[in-house]
Design a binder for this molecule. Structure first.
Ligand code: SF4
Length: 399
């Protein structure tokens, strides 16, 4: 079906219609156009969604992917303090917990029985820098750092269950990333934002040294240099302005154009959580989330993988009309420990909504199909364990 470009008659400003026309013609979206689109008004929103959806359909098959996984919150201690976070707990409080190797293995084995293929390790950033008792606990397990412990747990689940680990543990140095690459096919860390203001007094990242934009961008660059398929993305609604939102997308595009390693870009919407300093802050609505997803698609281009988590929007089906092609990790077993108030949708429901939009819900691995058969992006030791779970297209095999 062909659609005519939006026009002034549709309530779309001429400059917006022209910018969208340029993307339709295959032009790379420039900073000026991206910053114009992010200021969309009224009927311009659906015009932007439609342009993004058309770009997705141009570059992607008619499938929407997800990864069937278990979440392992290896430790919920963290050296940072972010104003919106309920994941991190203070050491010594009842909810603080570092999982033992036995606990890790029990969750991974339960996931394997339910057909999961990924273990997503979520954890706080370098808690050993803040807590003496945690350092002692690590030593009792036989490790000097969280990264060493994480690496060992990746190896454990890989060897014992065959599930593919995806570590997401904050800022790491080159050697640390490289060591994790030996035991996992992909890694991740949200960029969140490139706004320095958020690190200033009163900002959500004032007490989070690992959230400095330059620190995060440098780490994502290191991952690119090492050939690590990398998941990143932006967190919207934490105090950044609309132009800063575009700056973050452009920064990720620049790194991806250099290294080709951003396998997936997540657009995550801030959810206000009780008992946090940002409990009363406004949350981005569905329209704003859709337009941000659409701009992410237009910035990153037709081949990119753009994800929005389905459990963070009451009505997530419309996100497909804004150019996303992935729902992220969905667990039949473990809750979303970062957003525990937001349960995962049933996979059947996700499949139904996806079908209604004209696409087929399809399982992928933690590493995206584009990277599975490309030796540049997998350590030799990870090729067989990864590829044994994949089909010829790099998606999760049905067997
Ligand atoms: S770095 Fe992550 S885990 Fe630590 S406080 Fe911030 S959001 Fe929470």
């Amino acid at each position: 079906m062909t659609t005519s470009p939006p026009s002034v008659a549709d309530g779309v400003r001429p400059e917006v219609a022209e910018a969208l026309e340029r993307t339709r013609a295959g032009e790379r979206l420039g900073e000026r156009d991206a910053k114009l689109l992010v200021m969309a008004r009224g009927a311009e929103h659906p015009a932007i969604w439609a342009a993004a959806a058309a770009l997705r359909d141009q570059g992607k098959p008619p499938i929407v992917t997800y990864s069937r996984k278990v979440f392992i919150p290896l430790t919920n201690l963290c050296r940072d303090i972010c104003s919106y976070c309920t994941f991190a707990k203070e050491d010594g409080t009842p909810a603080a917990h570092t999982m033992s190797p036995d606990e890790v293995l029990a969750v991974a084995e339960a996931g394997a029985r339910l057909g999961c293929k990924e273990v997503l390790f979520t954890l706080g950033d370098r808690p050993e820098a803040r807590y003496e008792s945690y350092r002692l606990q690590l030593r009792r397990y036989g490790y000097e750092s969280t990264q060493q412990y994480l690496r060992a747990m990746c190896e454990l689940v890989l060897e014992q269950t065959g599930l593919l680990p995806h570590p997401n543990c904050g800022i790491l140095g080159r050697r640390e990333l490289s060591e994790l690459r030996e035991v996992s096919p992909s890694q991740g860390m949200m960029l969140e934002s490139t706004s320095e203001r958020l690190c200033g007094p009163g900002g959500p990242h004032e007490h989070a040294p690992d959230k400095r934009p330059a620190t995060r961008l440098a780490m994502i660059k290191r991952a690119g240099e090492l050939g690590i398929p990398f998941t990143s993305g932006i967190l919207i609604g934490i105090g950044e302005n609309l132009e800063e939102r575009v700056d973050a997308l452009l920064a990720l595009r620049e790194l991806h154009e250099q290294y080709g390693h951003i396998q997936e870009l997540i657009v995550q919407n801030f959810r206000a959580k009780p008992e946090t300093p940002m409990a009363e802050s406004g949350e981005p609505g569905l329209l704003e989330l859709m337009t941000t997803c659409a701009i992410a698609r237009l910035v990153m281009g037709p081949d990119a993988n753009i994800q929005a988590p389905p459990n963070l929007s009451a009505d997530y089906g419309p996100l497909l009309a804004a150019g996303i092609n992935d729902w992220g990790g969905v667990s039949p077993l473990t809750p979303d420990f970062v957003n525990p108030e937001a349960p995962w949708p049933q996979i059947d429901r996700l499949a139904e909504l996806t079908r209604e939009a004209g696409y087929t819900l399809t399982e992928r691995l933690t590493i995206y199909p584009e990277y599975v058969w490309d030796d540049r992006f997998l350590a030799p030791a990870m090729r067989e364990p990864t590829r044994r779970l994949a089909d010829v297209e790099g998606l999760a095999s049905a067997a």
